[in-house]
Ligand binder design. Structure first.
Ligand code: HEM
Length: 230
């Protein structure tokens, strides 16, 4: 969720948001098609669960990818400056759209959390079990940190904070991203070894999200060895 300081001029701002919106929409559509095929077609989840249950997975996966793209642009600009330095301005819009998508996921999840939807998160008495409590805690912590990072990117607040303080708050975005990895890992780790989860090679959404997060961290770690920062 890096807010790029090398912003385009004011008249170009609308175009920046438009591009970020198009990329986010593209990611959302791809995620939707994947979830639709994996759940509605292959696993026969009824179509009437598309608006909430399935779309919640789509919002969840999209947010991971969109936020990840915003995080990975900086390192990519170190490897291929000619291609990616001109794209750095997209970091802010991708961060904001990714956060918005995560917010929708958090609201939908909170409204449908129940043994009927998520039996793995509940015990026989209907209380949230250890897996449910841990996974929800990591999700809520991640979302709270993303919220602070997003608020710090509101231009008036950003200006008041000063560059150094603003940058250190932005870095907490990585902590939040790591907490998302724990959020999805705790929830689905045991299912990743189940061959049924890989029917038609359609791997679990939680695994796609985890691999993408690990990829983003690896690229950033690798890029950390380069001295010049864009
Ligand atoms: C208040 C905060 C949050 C709550 C209550 C929450 C709750 C949930 C729940 C109940 C699920 C299970 C969904 C399902 O399997 O259908 C889930 C899955 C997931 N969440 Fe969250 N979450 C929160 C925050 C986040 C954030 C901030 C992100 C990412 C930026 C995120 C990403 C994911 C992903 C990728 C999945 C896996 C979806 C799947 O495998 O189908 N969550 N979350």
């Amino acid at each position: 969720m890096d807010t790029a300081r090398n912003q385009p001029s004011l008249p170009a701002q609308a175009g920046v948001w438009k591009k970020g919106a198009y990329i986010s929409l593209f990611v959302f559509i791809l995620s939707f098609v994947y979830a639709f095929v994996r759940y509605n077609i292959v696993r026969n989840v009824p179509y009437d669960q598309i608006p909430f249950f399935i779309s919640n997975k789509v919002f969840a996966l999209s947010s991971v990818i969109i936020i990840g793209l915003s995080f990975v642009l900086g390192p990519l600009a170190k490897f291929w400056p000619q291609t990616f330095v001109p794209k750095l301005y997209l970091r802010k819009s991708l961060g904001v759209f990714g956060f918005g998508t995560a917010a929708v996921h958090a609201v939908i999840s909170s409204s449908i959390i129940s043994p009927a939807y998520y039996p793995d998160f509940f015990d026989a008495a209907g209380k949230i079990n250890l897996i449910g409590e841990t996974t929800l805690l990591f999700g809520i912590l991640a979302f709270s940190i993303f919220l602070i990072v997003a608020v710090s990117s509101i231009p008036a607040i950003e200006e008041k904070m000063g560059m150094e303080r603003w940058k250190s708050v932005q870095r907490f975005g990585y902590l939040a991203y790591f907490l998302v990895l724990l959020h999805v890992g705790v929830m689905d780790f045991k299912d990743w070894s189940d061959p049924e989860a890989y029917k038609y090679l359609l791997i679990p959404i939680s695994l796609i999200a985890s691999l993408f997060i690990i990829f983003v961290f690896l690229v950033r770690i690798f890029a950390g060895t380069f001295k010049k920062s864009p």
